[in-house]
Design a protein around this ligand. Structure first.
Ligand code: GLY
Ligand code: MN
Ligand code: MN
Length: 458
């Protein structure tokens, strides 16, 4: 948690963007796994954490613009809770620690909102992503549950994105700490990438590192010899010499800022020539993309250049042909890289994605493409100093996709299918780092994580 002034300043910035109305923030509740008292680990809502800092269930907050009042709605722990959960600082003191002087009981929130609605004041709220909060909003604001999301305040969404997108030094420092834990995880995975090692044991070994640092996985880690399956959460394979091990794993620190790092290692410590050739292309795309990032450049352009580097590399290998620029414009590269170059990162691994991908990643002048592959680019808009984001090009050989495209003759002017078929069973390679946009360009966050061939081979 940061100092009270951090939260007060964040709220002041937000308030300065509104003339009147209420800004309503719903915290998260415990989320049951299979019965009420057996819950997933608690995760507070990120915007609630950002503006109010308090990290436990049962809290909501209102910023009343007209009366310049900031209120937390929540209840002091009862002795029943204390018996089971242990003592905690008094809620009123916790509120003070984030600069909030007004604490009201939870059950007064509905009436408070009702008064505002009766007075025709706007109640701005964010799109809920949990059913429990959808139902609360539905009941409190008398909106049918299935249209709550549509009634979310676009004004509030834009205001929050404009503030949360620009990271302060203390936030950048937290992300850097998360990357440093991820670094240890990836060095361990590299060390364990040996013949006969099961994927689940590598998961166990890196989980131990996260736990020992009092962090947690910021998202479900990918640890697989089938890296061509983009979100592969299976850990059932045993590594065989000659395969590639793709590890996409990031730690979150206690403040919830997270890292999102991918490395791809040769099982047994040595790339084959074929693997090395593809690895070199992905690494070149990653390094050059990071160099291309600077304020004023759109991430859509950086993505485009990255896809072009991949396409040129594949052309040199004989897998693609023709003009690389035209191939990328038409989306032929997406057979090998069907995802975007990256996304914002912060309190969420895909930062602020609950507020709406297009609001976060696009703008009036930069719109999302609907082309297969390019449409999966989450961040397209102009980069600004203080943005933190991922750069994560990859090359994948997805047998099912290759089969379909080949049978349809899709982009056959750009793809040498007879050569591509020689790569069936290759797997996938992705390299992902987290960067900060600085005034003059960009910098990789955290200590360097090995990615050059000579640093990961053994
Ligand atoms: N770890 C998910 C991603 O790279 O976006
Ligand atoms: Mn990512
Ligand atoms: Mn990732």
């Amino acid at each position: 948690m940061f100092s009270a002034s951090t939260y007060t300043n964040r709220r002041s910035k937000l308030k300065s963007q509104f003339q009147s109305g209420l800004l309503l923030f719903l915290g998260n509740e415990e989320s049951p796994m299979n019965y009420t008292d057996n819950c997933y680990p608690f995760r507070q809502d990120s915007s609630f954490i950002y503006f109010f800092g308090l990290d436990h269930p049962g809290l909501n907050a209102v910023i009343d613009i007209d009366n310049d009042e900031e209120i937390i709605f929540g209840d002091e722990l009862s002795i029943d809770h204390i018996v089971w959960m242990g003592p905690q600082d008094k809620l009123v003191d916790q509120c003070a620690s984030v600069g909030i002087r007004s604490l009201k009981p939870s059950n007064s929130l509905q009436g408070f909102l009702q008064k505002a609605v009766d007075a025709k004041k706007a109640v701005h709220f964010l799109p809920p992503y949990r059913a429990a909060n959808t139902l609360k909003l539905s009941e409190w604001l008398e909106i049918p549950a299935n249209s709550v999301k549509d009634k979310a305040s676009v004004e509030l969404i834009h205001a929050i994105i404009s503030i949360r997108s620009i990271k302060s030094n203390e936030e950048v420092n937290e992300i850097g700490q998360a990357v440093n834990i991820a670094r240890e995880m990836h060095i361990m995975a590299n060390e364990l990438a040996r013949d006969g090692e099961p994927e689940y044991r590598i998961k166990g070994a890196i989980a131990e590192i996260v736990d020992a640092k009092q962090g947690y996985f910021g998202y479900t880690p990918i640890i697989t010899v089938n890296g061509q399956t983009l979100h592969n959460h299976n850990y059932g394979n045993t590594l065989q010499r000659g395969q590639l091990l793709l590890v996409d794993a990031g730690a979150s620190v206690a403040s919830h800022y997270t890292a999102d790092i991918t490395r791809t290692f040769p099982v047994g410590g040595q790339f084959s020539d074929k693997q090395r050739d593809v690895y070199d292309i992905v690494l070149r795309a990653e390094v050059e993309s990071i160099q291309n990032c600077k304020p004023g450049v759109t991430y859509k352009e950086v993505h485009h250049s990255a896809m072009k580097i991949l396409t040129e590399g594949l052309t040199d290998l004989g897998l693609m042909k023709g003009d690389a620029e035209a191939a990328v414009m038409e989306g032929a590269h997406a057979l090998f890289c069907p995802h975007g170059l990256g996304h914002m990162i912060g309190l969420d691994v895909h930062d602020m994605e609950d507020l709406g991908e297009d609001y976060v990643g696009y703008s009036e002048d930069v719109k999302r493409s609907n082309l297969f592959g390019t449409k999966s680019l989450r961040l397209g808009r102009k980069l600004e100093t203080g943005f933190t984001l991922t750069v994560e090009p990859g090359l994948y050989f997805i047998p099912e996709l290759i089969d379909i495209w080949k049978s349809e003759g899709r982009h056959k002017d750009f793809i040498n299918y007879s050569e591509v078929e020689k790569y069936l069973g290759f797997g996938g390679i992705r390299i992902e780092d987290n960067i900060l946009i600085t005034e003059s360009g960009s910098m990789i966050l955290g200590k360097p994580i090995p990615k050059n061939v000579e640093d990961i081979q053994f």
